[in-house]
Write a protein of this length. Structure first.
Length: 543
């Protein structure tokens, strides 16, 4: 499954073959296999703002996760049960994940930023039997406990004096380690991740243990044939998201690369640079929105001792402007990638192999077949706009939506998994992301995706962040409306709005410029940093 470093991209595409063992358990391959060979090898490091950084070895991770698995089993958590993990980045989160996989149960990662309604919906839909959380998460869970009769156990990672709770450390201390991980096959369910809900109610995508093996080629491609000597990886992305969990945490642990965690916080560009500098981060996964926010720090290499070797990015289109900024300022070519919760990391880039282009979301990762198809699931000619689709079967492809056969079936057509994302493929195999199907703007007969317009807006010196949507219009069907977060030092108002409109009009076209520009303090974002355009569309329609 690992990519040989002495082959060209074309050779890798031609010769790659999947070899996933008939017995495959995520908990074993990310932890126990290393603990047997190199128990003292460091697998986790935690950044502390006070400078007292912490480390954990594979040996310790193996022992603690196996004891927790034994404790959960004694509580009645069995194979196939759903165990929710409402935790920030940190050692306890990894221990919890690994213990669930070793049991043969199904991990349900949840973001601490979720409110009570979002948590109740996910826990109820999944039928979670137990949840592992910290004191912060417990505040929300307490209010929901009576509404969730299937949620039998609440395990806390901190000392909370309250009846009806189980202390994680008590379970680990009381139970001897599980003798061995469950004998799971590649298609046995291991992980349930809810979609981000940018276009509708979130759905629970269930993945088999093979999903980790399926991510390795893309991970190696984007991080220039990792692992390399001294590699150490960090992401500001929440590990509850497929990007943080499957693009970073689990593949890095499987490959023996130390993973840096950091305290939960609202993204801060200066702190991000400090983390990368102090922890000697060589590899990073940074979503596009976070990369754009990093630009607020002037000349970061002069102020921070950065050792960055690779950066990957996904979640939204990166755009040419941010791609070029990273090259010029960070001296790193961002390797953009593409995937979604149901089928992740199928397109990628690798500057080391010459597979890199600003404005493109990459080419097919070895082992995956990706195409542009029409509504009937038929491939369209090169250069034609259509839906990005992945050939089935595929190791990173989900097993299905939890207890929703109809929605699962609707996701496929003519042997393809339909992503719902519109794009184009050029003659060299590069894919361009246009936007979600629901995000396309129809104005005066033209159909436009938001990504190109937003990329142009971001290039304006006064624009910090921007998102565009279609606003209903009786004459043109829709007009382009831009929501803009201005940079400090610029005064939002009619004059700046007109300057922004002209900026786009002169650089793109007369039909793509935003006829309306609204200045906002912040954009509505999912926990993964994606713009929730549905919220902006509703707002625009009401204005």
């Amino acid at each position: 499954m690992l990519l040989p470093p002495d082959m060209s991209y074309d050779d890798l595409i031609r010769d790659f073959a999947w070899r996933i063992p008939s017995t495959f358990n995520i908990g074993r391959v990310v932890c126990d296999d290393w603990a047997v060979k190199e128990p003292d090898r460091i697998c986790l490091q935690h950044f502390s703002p006070d400078g007292c950084h912490l480390s954990m070895s594979y040996g310790v991770l193996s022992a603690r996760s196996s004891s927790l698995a034994a404790g959960l089993r004694d509580l009645g958590i069995n194979r196939g049960d759903r165990v929710a993990l409402l935790l920030p980045q940190g050692f306890d989160t990894v221990i919890s994940h690994v213990s669930v996989y070793k049991l043969g149960a199904i991990a349900l990662p949840l973001a601490l930023l979720f409110g009570e309604e979002a948590l109740e919906y996910r826990l109820r839909t999944a039928g979670a039997s137990a949840i592992v959380t910290n004191a912060f998460g417990l505040l929300r869970i307490r209010a929901l406990r009576e509404k969730l009769p299937e949620l039998r156990h609440v395990v806390v990672t901190e000392d909370v004096p309250m009846e009806g709770l189980v202390a994680m450390d008590d379970l680990i201390d009381r139970y001897p380690p599980l003798e061995q991980a469950a004998e799971t096959g590649p298609d046995d369910p291991a992980l349930m991740i809810f979609t981000s809900g940018t276009t509708g109610p979130p759905k629970a995508a269930v993945h088999g243990h093979r999903v980790l093996a399926g991510h390795l080629p893309g991970f190696q491609l984007g991080h220039e044939f990792a692992p390399q000597e001294g590699d150490r990886i960090w992401t500001p992305a929440d590990w509850a998201w497929a990007g943080g969990l499957l693009n970073v945490l689990l593949p890095a642990l499987m490959l023996g690369i130390p993973v840096v965690s950091s305290p939960a916080q609202k993204f801060d560009a200066g702190m991000a640079f400090r983390i990368m500098s102090e922890m000697k981060v060589r590899n990073a996964f940074i979503p596009p929105t976070a990369l754009r926010l990093l630009k607020s720090v002037e000349d970061p290499r002069a102020h921070y001792d950065l050792e960055l070797r690779t950066i990957t990015s996904a979640g939204e289109a990166l755009g040419r402007e941010t791609y070029q900024w990273a090259r010029d300022v960070l001296d790193v070519t961002v390797n953009e990638l593409f995937g979604q919760t149901e089928c992740n990391f199928v397109l990628g880039s690798s500057a080391a192999l010459g597979v890199s282009r600003g404005g493109a979301i990459g080419r097919a990762v070895p082992g995956h077949r990706v195409a542009i198809v029409d509504e009937a699931g038929a491939e369209v000619p090169t250069g034609t706009t259509g839906q990005i689709a992945i050939a089935s079967p595929d190791p990173v492809m989900f097993l299905g939506y939890w207890q929703d056969a109809a929605a699962t079936s609707a996701k496929f057509s003519n042997g393809w998994l339909l992503t719902g994302d519109l794009g184009r493929q050029d003659g060299e195999g590069y894919f361009e992301f246009i936007g979600r199907n629901d995000d396309v703007i129809t104005s005066s007969g033209y159909r436009m995706g938001p990504s190109e317009i937003e990329d142009c807006l971001i290039g304006h010196p006064a624009v910090r962040l921007a998102a565009v949507v279609g606003k209903p219009d009786p004459l043109r069907t829709e007009i382009v409306k831009a929501y803009v977060v201005a940079k400090p030092g610029y005064a939002p108002g009619p004059s700046l709005a007109e300057d922004i409109r002209n900026w786009v009009k002169n650089r793109l076209s007369m039909h793509e410029y935003p006829r309306e520009v609204a200045f906002v303090d912040e954009l509505p974002l999912t926990t993964t940093g994606k713009v929730i355009r549905r919220v902006l569309r509703e707002r625009a329609a009401a204005e």
